[in-house]
Write a protein that binds this ligand. Structure first.
Ligand code: SAH
Length: 339
């Protein structure tokens, strides 16, 4: 069965034309699909004959909610979604003053192997289709009954390891006949798949690129992130500088502070030297403990000192606020329980 949500608008238009539908049909079907129709019979402005024709070889893909947790503190909502093949992924909805943000997954599992991350334990099962990535936004939006205005691709998986499907998803979620979420409201986070960062720069999408840096030098970075052996830090930073030049967009660097590993004042100095003169922002994240590792977050004072040291060197840095602390389980943790 074809999942029509895997098609970009023009592909859908071509497909519908191919089965004899008039050209105005594409807008109708695209809009129904992306705004949460659950079946072809929901598409009430389509004739019965058209609906039957569509049913013959295509489907309206679905996600089902396997588990859901809502924070009593800040309404943060975590979903464990089940895919049609029984695999599970996670999405998190967060309520901010500037709007509602969803954090979505791009793969089932991950093969990048960062040793502090729960999502990569068990490796990669498979990549998500464009429709499956989009369905997380559609289903969560429907469930909460409010418009989701921002997306962060920071859930399970490495988006640049599922490049073509992620690009299709971005085109679709931005489309004016669909969810119409502005590129400037979308962030994509990568552990540093350098070749793909160059490709992404050429796509001409004004999204925000986040780089999971987590270390100021090769020694530390290679000890926690295997990708650094393939693309050392200087190669990654060069790609970032090129990305900024091509897109004129600021890059956001994610830096998870692990006590005694990457959080010393010397590490802050080294990080500042690495990023000097770059159009960027550093997001400091106290590491979330996972059972498999003996990593701990530093105390508030240490985190604050690291931030202040970066700022004393002219590097813009913020500490990420923790949301949904009572429902714990940072991304990858719910799914991992099932493995
Ligand atoms: N694969 C992508 C996106 C998914 S991870 C990437 O690597 O960027 C989203 C962010 O959470 C990344 O910055 C990742 O390094 C970070 N992360 C993973 N596990 C974490 C943990 N236990 N504590 C804090 N941050 C973590």
């Amino acid at each position: 069965m074809i999942d029509l949500k895997d098609f970009e608008f023009n592909e859908l238009a071509g497909y519908l034309k191919g089965i004899g539908e008039p050209s105005f049909r594409a807008k109708q079907v695209f809009s129904w699909l992306h705004k949460g129709a659950e079946s072809f019979d929901d598409m009430t402005n389509l004739s019965k004959a058209t609906r039957e024709r569509l049913k013959a070889e295509s489907c309206v893909s679905k996600l089902s909610v396997r588990e859901k947790y809502v924070s009593k503190i800040d309404k943060t909502t975590k979903y464990l979604f089940e895919l049609p093949d029984g695999n599970c992924i996670e999405s998190v909805v967060m309520y901010y003053k500037h709007g509602i943000t969803i954090c979505i997954s791009s793969q089932v599992g991950c093969r990048m192997g960062c040793n502090f991350c729960a999502s990569t334990i068990g490796g990669l099962y498979r990549s998500l289709t464009p429709g499956e990535i989009l369905n997380q936004v559609i289903f969560a939006q429907k469930d909460i009954g409010e418009r989701i205005s921002n997306i962060v691709m920071m859930g399970i998986g490495e988006p640049l390891d599922n490049y073509d499907n992620v690009i299709k998803f971005l085109h679709n979620v931005n489309h004016s006949e669909g969810l119409n979420i502005g590129y400037r409201h979308i962030s994509l986070s990568t552990c540093g798949v350098v070749d793909r960062i160059y490709d992404l720069a050429e796509e001409n999408l004004p999204i925000t690129l986040s780089i999971s840096l987590h270390a100021p030098n090769n020694e530390i970075r290679s000890s926690i992130m295997p990708i650094n052996k393939k693309y050392p830090i200087e190669v990654l930073i060069e790609a970032c500088r090129e990305y900024i030049k091509t897109t004129t967009r600021r890059i956001s660097f994610e830096y998870s502070l692990i006590s005694g590993v990457n959080d010393s004042i010397e590490n802050a100095d080294e990080l500042a030297r690495l990023l000097s003169g770059m159009l960027c922002h550093v997001n400091l994240i106290p590491i979330n403990k996972i059972e498999e590792r003996d990593y701990h977050k530093g105390n508030k004072k240490q985190i604050r000192s690291f931030q202040e040291r970066l700022e004393s060197h002219g590097i813009n840095a913020t500490v990420r606020r923790e949301l949904g602390s009572d429902i714990s389980a940072s991304c990858g943790q719910l799914r991992k329980k099932l493995l």
